[in-house]
Design a protein around this ligand. Structure first.
Ligand code: BGC
Length: 534
């Protein structure tokens, strides 16, 4: 047997040992992660309530004047997209805060900032203060949405990490649903309660999250990054529900620490600007380079937005009104939101059974097919053949439009079970600790940036006085989803069942297409030991 064979075998044993010693997953661990995923509720709620509020008579008249029956496209664009502009900036700043003050503190701070933003929006009686309030609240959502992913990925045990981060997506969908229900309940009020109730209620989510997090431990990986090994040990003991001196904790801690030491050795000392530039270091051609991981995170979130999902969540009420086939568009968009909630739990199983890569690939295929069907029915017999009589749109073929609506619901099913959770799970996993907080922050900022762009351009794409694409807008989303298929096939790696440290190794050693078959052959602790004895 050659030296290399012996080394590899020792490595395999070391890697297997690490697997064996990983602490069993306890209810306590689940409970902590599930609580953290609560952050998704106000991400979802905050994006969700605005769709309903924009259709409210009282609100329209307050913003656009007593004779208006809908918001002007620029007003609608501004109100929807300004939140994402705030979140974009919030997510970017949050990465630094999380490295400096800790993950937990940043999330608590985000909740506080969010409460201030919501208070301003609730107090508003016109466009200006509403826009300021949405920007401030956006900053808070930016902090929370970026750092919750980081925190959850860092505390979750590897076996269930995908499922647990998908729980965050589930909470986003519940947030969207709650927002739709509350707006549905208040839409007919003829006073400021119609929009103030759905807006003001959000403070509750931030309070629950902020106060709850005060009782959860900080991420052990943050302490390791700060060189506080004993604090890391205690924190890991708490999240795993184990004695901090047990062999489970010792082995896991050793591996996190050895990986960090290894990365530090490989990473040059840099100043503040240099540490940002580190996210873009290396060569784009290498899967293991930082720049490649950063671009992967940024593009994953971009592609998630390109699927067009927020077209449905932000504008479906207005869109469905225009089809002339739906008597209660509010109720119909509520149904889309319900499909989103009910389908997401399937992803908890899919993500650990089939893995991230297959999930994104099949999800993109499913969404592409549905979107093209919606678009083709539209141009042949459906929505694009409606006509206007006395300013009211009438559908020529109600069953065709209904079929389109059904395929939009199936499309949502595919999104909710695949790209919705998948993009968040992956960005929590692909970055090494040295750039993790910034990498996740940049990727989350990309989500909000594209969210902003789509929120901004959609009224112009479908507005009757502008491009008036009607359901042909689904040709656009379908084409973008087709790009997602190619993207997932060539660029998305399989990270299922690996520790965050093993993901690092895997990206160093194989291309995304071969990643599903990769098995760890050594541990960082083992490599470090060899180095010291050499
Ligand atoms: C996306 C949001 C979207 C939501 C719908 C999230 O993963 O990032 O933009 O509104 O899913 O469930």
């Amino acid at each position: 047997m050659s030296k290399q064979d012996t080394e590899t075998e020792t490595g395999v044993v070391a890697a297997e040992n690490l697997d064996r010693v990983e602490a069993p997953v306890t209810w306590r661990t689940y409970a902590m992660c599930v609580f953290a995923s609560f952050g998704g509720i106000f991400f979802g709620y905050d994006s969700g309530y605005i769709g309903g509020v924009q259709g409210m008579d009282y609100f329209i008249k307050m913003i656009s004047g007593p004779d208006a029956d809908k918001l002007l496209p620029w007003q609608s664009s501004l109100i929807v997209s300004i939140l994402s502009a705030g979140t974009f900036c919030g997510a970017l700043i949050a990465g630094d805060l999380a490295d400096y003050f800790g993950r937990r503190f940043t999330i608590i701070l985000g909740s506080a900032v969010f409460i201030v933003g919501v208070a301003l929006q609730t107090a508003s009686a016109g466009l200006a203060l509403l826009v300021v309030g949405r920007t401030v609240a956006g900053l808070g959502v930016g902090f929370v949405s970026a750092i919750i992913i980081l925190y959850m990925s860092e505390i979750a045990p590897k076996k269930v990490r995908g499922a647990i981060v998908s729980g965050y997506q589930f909470c986003i969908t519940i947030g969207l649903l709650l927002a739709a229900c509350v707006s549905y309940g208040t839409e007919n009020l003829d006073n400021s309660g119609s929009y103030r109730i759905p807006i003001g209620l959000q403070m509750l989510w931030a309070l629950i999250l902020g106060v709850g997090l005060m009782f959860l431990p900080e991420s052990p990986r943050y302490f390791i990054k700060k060189g506080k090994v004993e604090e890391a040990r205690k924190a890991l003991g708490r999240v795993r529900g184990q004695d901090p001196n047990s062999h489970h904790i010792e082995a896991e801690l050793n591996e996190i620490r050895a990986n960090h030491e290894y990365e530090k050795r490989m990473t040059p000392e840099t100043g503040y600007i240099g540490s940002w530039l580190l996210c873009f270091s290396g060569s784009v051609g290498l899967a293991s380079s930082n720049v490649r991981k950063t671009l992967l995170g940024i593009s994953l979130q971009m592609m998630q937005q390109w699927t067009g999902v927020n077209f449905v969540f932000y504008y479906s009420t207005i869109f469905l009104k225009g089809t002339g086939a739906v008597s209660d568009p509010f109720l119909m968009s509520l149904i889309f939101t319900l499909v989103n909630v009910l389908s997401t739990p399937l992803s908890f199983w899919l993500v650990e059974r089939f893995g991230r890569r297959s999930m994104l690939l099949w999800g993109a295929i499913g969404m592409t097919v549905c979107e093209f069907i919606v678009a083709v029915i539209g141009v042949t017999v459906g929505f694009n053949h409606t006509h206007v009589v006395d300013e009211v749109t009438i559908a020529n073929n109600i069953s065709a439009v209904n079929a389109q609506i059904a395929f939009i619901a199936i499309y949502i099913f595919f999104f909710a079970t695949t790209w919705g959770p998948g993009a968040w799970v992956l960005i929590g996993e692909i970055f090494p600790l040295s750039i993790r907080s910034r990498g996740v922050a940049l990727s989350t900022a990309s989500n909000w940036f594209w969210n902003f762009i789509i929120g901004y351009i959609t009224p112009y794409l479908v507005g009757t006085e502008y491009a008036n694409m009607q359901s042909s807008v689904f040709f656009l989303w379908g084409a973008l989803c087709a790009v997602c298929i190619v993207y997932a096939y060539f660029l998305v790696p399989e990270t299922k069942g690996l520790t965050l440290e093993q993901v690092d190794q895997m990206l160093d050693e194989v291309s995304p297409r071969k990643s599903a078959a990769w098995k760890p052959t050594t541990t960082f602790a083992n490599m470090e030991e060899k180095q010291t004895t050499a």
